[in-house]
Design a protein around this ligand. Structure first.
Ligand code: MN
Length: 286
Protein backbone atom coordinates (compact mmCIF):
# COMPACT_ATOMS: atom_id res chain seq x y z
CA UNK A 1 0.00 0.00 0.00
CA UNK A 2 2.85 2.39 0.79
CA UNK A 3 4.04 2.28 -2.78
CA UNK A 4 0.56 2.89 -4.01
CA UNK A 5 0.21 5.97 -1.82
CA UNK A 6 3.60 7.26 -2.88
CA UNK A 7 2.59 6.81 -6.48
CA UNK A 8 -0.66 8.70 -5.91
CA UNK A 9 1.22 11.48 -4.11
CA UNK A 10 3.68 11.74 -6.96
CA UNK A 11 0.91 11.69 -9.50
CA UNK A 12 -0.86 14.56 -7.80
CA UNK A 13 2.30 16.58 -7.37
CA UNK A 14 3.14 16.14 -11.04
CA UNK A 15 -0.27 16.98 -12.24
CA UNK A 16 -1.79 20.36 -13.01
CA UNK A 17 -5.43 19.51 -12.51
CA UNK A 18 -7.49 22.04 -10.67
CA UNK A 19 -10.11 19.38 -9.94
CA UNK A 20 -8.02 17.05 -7.82
CA UNK A 21 -5.87 19.77 -6.28
CA UNK A 22 -8.96 21.77 -5.47
CA UNK A 23 -10.48 18.68 -3.93
CA UNK A 24 -7.54 18.05 -1.68
CA UNK A 25 -7.23 21.60 -0.50
CA UNK A 26 -10.92 21.73 0.25
CA UNK A 27 -10.73 18.49 2.24
CA UNK A 28 -7.62 19.70 4.03
CA UNK A 29 -9.27 22.98 4.84
CA UNK A 30 -12.05 21.03 6.55
CA UNK A 31 -9.58 19.20 8.72
CA UNK A 32 -9.67 21.93 11.36
CA UNK A 33 -13.26 21.27 12.26
CA UNK A 34 -13.68 18.01 10.39
CA UNK A 35 -12.15 14.66 11.11
CA UNK A 36 -8.59 15.91 11.13
CA UNK A 37 -7.86 14.23 7.85
CA UNK A 38 -4.22 14.08 6.95
CA UNK A 39 -3.21 14.60 3.37
CA UNK A 40 -2.86 10.89 2.76
CA UNK A 41 -6.31 10.18 4.19
CA UNK A 42 -7.72 13.00 2.10
CA UNK A 43 -6.17 11.46 -0.97
CA UNK A 44 -7.49 8.05 -0.01
CA UNK A 45 -10.94 9.50 0.55
CA UNK A 46 -10.89 11.19 -2.81
CA UNK A 47 -9.79 8.01 -4.47
CA UNK A 48 -12.34 5.75 -2.78
CA UNK A 49 -14.12 4.56 -5.88
CA UNK A 50 -11.31 6.01 -7.86
CA UNK A 51 -12.23 4.64 -11.25
CA UNK A 52 -13.64 7.96 -12.34
CA UNK A 53 -10.68 10.10 -11.28
CA UNK A 54 -8.41 9.97 -14.27
CA UNK A 55 -4.88 10.80 -13.21
CA UNK A 56 -3.43 12.64 -16.15
CA UNK A 57 0.32 12.32 -15.64
CA UNK A 58 2.16 9.55 -17.45
CA UNK A 59 2.39 6.40 -15.35
CA UNK A 60 -0.35 7.47 -12.95
CA UNK A 61 -3.30 5.83 -14.59
CA UNK A 62 -5.11 3.08 -12.76
CA UNK A 63 -4.58 -0.43 -14.13
CA UNK A 64 -8.05 -0.72 -15.61
CA UNK A 65 -7.78 2.61 -17.43
CA UNK A 66 -5.58 2.43 -20.48
CA UNK A 67 -5.97 4.81 -23.39
CA UNK A 68 -3.58 5.22 -26.29
CA UNK A 69 -3.74 8.98 -25.85
CA UNK A 70 -4.59 10.77 -22.65
CA UNK A 71 -8.16 12.12 -22.54
CA UNK A 72 -8.48 15.89 -22.91
CA UNK A 73 -8.64 17.76 -19.60
CA UNK A 74 -12.20 18.08 -18.35
CA UNK A 75 -13.58 21.58 -18.70
CA UNK A 76 -14.44 23.06 -15.35
CA UNK A 77 -18.09 23.83 -14.95
CA UNK A 78 -18.78 27.48 -14.29
CA UNK A 79 -19.37 28.11 -10.62
CA UNK A 80 -23.13 28.47 -10.12
CA UNK A 81 -24.07 31.86 -8.70
CA UNK A 82 -27.32 33.25 -7.38
CA UNK A 83 -28.97 36.20 -9.02
CA UNK A 84 -29.15 39.37 -6.98
CA UNK A 85 -30.57 39.34 -3.46
CA UNK A 86 -29.50 38.85 0.15
CA UNK A 87 -28.91 35.10 -0.11
CA UNK A 88 -26.23 33.41 -2.17
CA UNK A 89 -25.50 29.81 -3.10
CA UNK A 90 -22.75 28.50 -0.83
CA UNK A 91 -19.95 26.51 -2.44
CA UNK A 92 -19.93 22.80 -1.66
CA UNK A 93 -17.63 22.08 1.30
CA UNK A 94 -15.69 19.56 -0.88
CA UNK A 95 -14.93 19.06 -4.57
CA UNK A 96 -18.00 18.07 -6.58
CA UNK A 97 -16.42 14.69 -7.39
CA UNK A 98 -15.15 14.02 -3.85
CA UNK A 99 -18.10 11.80 -2.86
CA UNK A 100 -17.95 9.68 -5.99
CA UNK A 101 -19.08 6.92 -6.46
CA UNK A 102 -21.61 7.28 -3.65
CA UNK A 103 -22.89 10.62 -4.94
CA UNK A 104 -21.61 11.50 -8.39
CA UNK A 105 -20.40 14.79 -9.76
CA UNK A 106 -23.30 14.65 -12.20
CA UNK A 107 -25.78 14.54 -9.32
CA UNK A 108 -24.06 17.52 -7.68
CA UNK A 109 -24.11 19.51 -10.91
CA UNK A 110 -27.91 19.27 -10.92
CA UNK A 111 -28.64 19.08 -7.21
CA UNK A 112 -26.36 21.92 -6.09
CA UNK A 113 -25.96 23.84 -9.34
CA UNK A 114 -29.63 23.78 -10.41
CA UNK A 115 -32.00 22.71 -7.60
CA UNK A 116 -30.33 24.45 -4.67
CA UNK A 117 -29.58 27.48 -6.82
CA UNK A 118 -33.24 27.65 -7.83
CA UNK A 119 -34.38 27.70 -4.18
CA UNK A 120 -31.92 30.52 -3.40
CA UNK A 121 -33.04 32.59 -6.38
CA UNK A 122 -36.73 32.03 -5.58
CA UNK A 123 -36.21 33.03 -1.95
CA UNK A 124 -34.49 36.27 -3.00
CA UNK A 125 -37.23 37.05 -5.49
CA UNK A 126 -40.16 36.17 -3.21
CA UNK A 127 -39.05 38.13 -0.15
CA UNK A 128 -38.20 41.32 -2.05
CA UNK A 129 -40.43 44.19 -0.87
CA UNK A 130 -42.15 42.06 1.80
CA UNK A 131 -41.96 42.09 5.60
CA UNK A 132 -39.38 39.27 5.28
CA UNK A 133 -36.90 41.50 3.49
CA UNK A 134 -33.80 42.16 5.62
CA UNK A 135 -34.40 39.20 7.95
CA UNK A 136 -32.03 36.27 8.34
CA UNK A 137 -32.88 32.93 6.76
CA UNK A 138 -33.87 31.09 9.95
CA UNK A 139 -36.20 33.92 10.98
CA UNK A 140 -37.81 33.88 7.53
CA UNK A 141 -38.31 30.11 7.84
CA UNK A 142 -39.90 30.31 11.30
CA UNK A 143 -42.15 33.26 10.48
CA UNK A 144 -43.30 31.95 7.09
CA UNK A 145 -43.98 28.57 8.73
CA UNK A 146 -46.37 30.29 11.13
CA UNK A 147 -48.03 32.11 8.22
CA UNK A 148 -47.82 29.24 5.81
CA UNK A 149 -51.40 29.62 4.56
CA UNK A 150 -50.35 32.86 2.88
CA UNK A 151 -46.58 32.42 2.66
CA UNK A 152 -46.18 28.79 1.64
CA UNK A 153 -43.95 29.62 -1.35
CA UNK A 154 -41.61 31.69 0.83
CA UNK A 155 -41.46 28.92 3.44
CA UNK A 156 -40.82 26.23 0.82
CA UNK A 157 -37.98 28.06 -0.88
CA UNK A 158 -36.34 29.47 2.26
CA UNK A 159 -36.50 26.09 4.02
CA UNK A 160 -35.10 24.29 0.98
CA UNK A 161 -32.28 26.85 0.81
CA UNK A 162 -31.44 26.07 4.44
CA UNK A 163 -31.98 22.30 4.22
CA UNK A 164 -29.66 21.86 1.24
CA UNK A 165 -26.80 23.81 2.83
CA UNK A 166 -27.29 21.70 5.94
CA UNK A 167 -27.27 18.52 3.85
CA UNK A 168 -23.99 19.30 2.02
CA UNK A 169 -22.38 19.79 5.42
CA UNK A 170 -23.89 16.56 6.75
CA UNK A 171 -21.63 14.72 4.29
CA UNK A 172 -17.86 14.38 4.18
CA UNK A 173 -15.49 12.28 2.07
CA UNK A 174 -14.41 9.26 4.11
CA UNK A 175 -17.29 9.70 6.57
CA UNK A 176 -19.99 7.27 7.65
CA UNK A 177 -19.90 4.37 10.04
CA UNK A 178 -20.70 4.62 13.71
CA UNK A 179 -20.81 8.00 15.43
CA UNK A 180 -18.25 8.48 18.20
CA UNK A 181 -17.81 10.59 21.31
CA UNK A 182 -20.76 12.09 23.20
CA UNK A 183 -23.21 11.61 20.34
CA UNK A 184 -22.54 7.87 20.38
CA UNK A 185 -23.50 7.79 24.06
CA UNK A 186 -26.68 9.81 23.46
CA UNK A 187 -27.68 7.47 20.62
CA UNK A 188 -27.03 4.43 22.76
CA UNK A 189 -29.12 5.89 25.58
CA UNK A 190 -32.09 6.30 23.25
CA UNK A 191 -31.79 3.38 20.82
CA UNK A 192 -29.73 0.80 22.70
CA UNK A 193 -27.11 0.43 19.97
CA UNK A 194 -26.01 1.89 16.65
CA UNK A 195 -27.60 -0.88 14.57
CA UNK A 196 -31.03 -0.15 16.01
CA UNK A 197 -30.52 3.58 15.48
CA UNK A 198 -29.41 3.01 11.88
CA UNK A 199 -32.38 0.75 11.20
CA UNK A 200 -34.76 3.40 12.55
CA UNK A 201 -33.13 6.12 10.46
CA UNK A 202 -33.29 4.01 7.29
CA UNK A 203 -36.93 3.24 7.99
CA UNK A 204 -37.70 6.96 8.44
CA UNK A 205 -35.92 7.78 5.17
CA UNK A 206 -37.49 4.94 3.21
CA UNK A 207 -40.93 5.49 4.70
CA UNK A 208 -41.16 9.18 3.85
CA UNK A 209 -43.84 9.08 1.15
CA UNK A 210 -42.88 11.20 -1.84
CA UNK A 211 -40.35 13.98 -1.33
CA UNK A 212 -38.76 14.98 1.94
CA UNK A 213 -35.94 14.61 4.40
CA UNK A 214 -34.76 12.24 7.15
CA UNK A 215 -33.25 13.94 10.19
CA UNK A 216 -31.32 13.22 13.35
CA UNK A 217 -32.31 15.99 15.76
CA UNK A 218 -31.87 17.03 19.38
CA UNK A 219 -35.18 18.01 20.94
CA UNK A 220 -33.72 19.71 24.00
CA UNK A 221 -33.53 16.50 26.03
CA UNK A 222 -32.69 13.60 23.74
CA UNK A 223 -31.75 12.44 20.26
CA UNK A 224 -34.66 11.82 17.90
CA UNK A 225 -35.09 10.59 14.34
CA UNK A 226 -37.79 12.21 12.25
CA UNK A 227 -38.78 12.69 8.66
CA UNK A 228 -40.27 15.80 7.12
CA UNK A 229 -42.18 16.08 3.88
CA UNK A 230 -41.28 18.40 1.02
CA UNK A 231 -39.47 21.44 2.48
CA UNK A 232 -40.24 20.58 6.11
CA UNK A 233 -37.39 21.38 8.49
CA UNK A 234 -36.90 20.80 12.24
CA UNK A 235 -35.82 24.41 12.79
CA UNK A 236 -39.39 25.49 12.02
CA UNK A 237 -40.52 23.65 15.14
CA UNK A 238 -37.63 24.52 17.42
CA UNK A 239 -35.62 21.29 17.23
CA UNK A 240 -31.91 21.29 16.58
CA UNK A 241 -30.87 19.38 13.44
CA UNK A 242 -27.68 17.33 13.75
CA UNK A 243 -27.65 15.45 10.43
CA UNK A 244 -29.97 15.17 7.45
CA UNK A 245 -30.44 13.04 4.36
CA UNK A 246 -32.26 14.48 1.36
CA UNK A 247 -34.70 11.83 0.11
CA UNK A 248 -36.20 13.80 -2.77
CA UNK A 249 -35.72 11.74 -5.92
CA UNK A 250 -33.45 14.43 -7.38
CA UNK A 251 -30.95 13.57 -4.61
CA UNK A 252 -30.35 10.01 -5.77
CA UNK A 253 -32.11 9.16 -9.01
CA UNK A 254 -29.13 9.63 -11.35
CA UNK A 255 -26.93 7.35 -9.21
CA UNK A 256 -29.42 4.88 -7.72
CA UNK A 257 -32.62 5.24 -9.82
CA UNK A 258 -35.46 4.10 -7.53
CA UNK A 259 -33.22 2.40 -4.94
CA UNK A 260 -33.65 4.93 -2.13
CA UNK A 261 -32.55 2.51 0.59
CA UNK A 262 -29.25 1.78 -1.19
CA UNK A 263 -28.60 5.53 -1.39
CA UNK A 264 -29.42 6.04 2.30
CA UNK A 265 -27.16 3.13 3.25
CA UNK A 266 -24.32 4.63 1.17
CA UNK A 267 -24.72 7.92 3.03
CA UNK A 268 -24.69 6.20 6.43
CA UNK A 269 -21.85 3.81 5.61
CA UNK A 270 -19.54 6.17 3.70
CA UNK A 271 -20.48 9.85 3.92
CA UNK A 272 -22.25 10.86 7.15
CA UNK A 273 -20.36 13.63 8.96
CA UNK A 274 -20.83 12.45 12.54
CA UNK A 275 -17.99 14.65 13.75
CA UNK A 276 -20.00 17.72 12.81
CA UNK A 277 -23.21 16.18 14.21
CA UNK A 278 -21.40 15.63 17.51
CA UNK A 279 -20.27 19.27 17.60
CA UNK A 280 -23.82 20.47 16.92
CA UNK A 281 -25.10 18.14 19.64
CA UNK A 282 -22.60 19.45 22.20
CA UNK A 283 -23.37 23.07 21.27
CA UNK A 284 -27.12 22.48 21.63
CA UNK A 285 -26.81 20.54 24.85
CA UNK A 286 -24.68 23.28 26.44
MN1 MN B 1 -32.58 18.23 -2.77
Amino acid sequence: MKNKFRQIDNCIENRGSATVEGGISSVDSKSVDGRGLGRREAVTGLLAGAATIALGAVGCRGPEKSHATPPPPRAREPRPRAEGGPFSLPDLPYASDALDPFISQKTFSFHHGKHHLGYVNNTNRLIANTSYSGKDLETIIRESHKNRQEDMAIFNNAAQTYNHTFFWNSLIPGGGGEPTKELAGAIKAEYGNYEKFKETLIRAAAGQFGSGWAWVVYDGAKIEIESTSNAGTPIATGKVPLLTIDVWEHAYYLDYQNRRVDYVESVLNHLANWERANKLYLAAKG
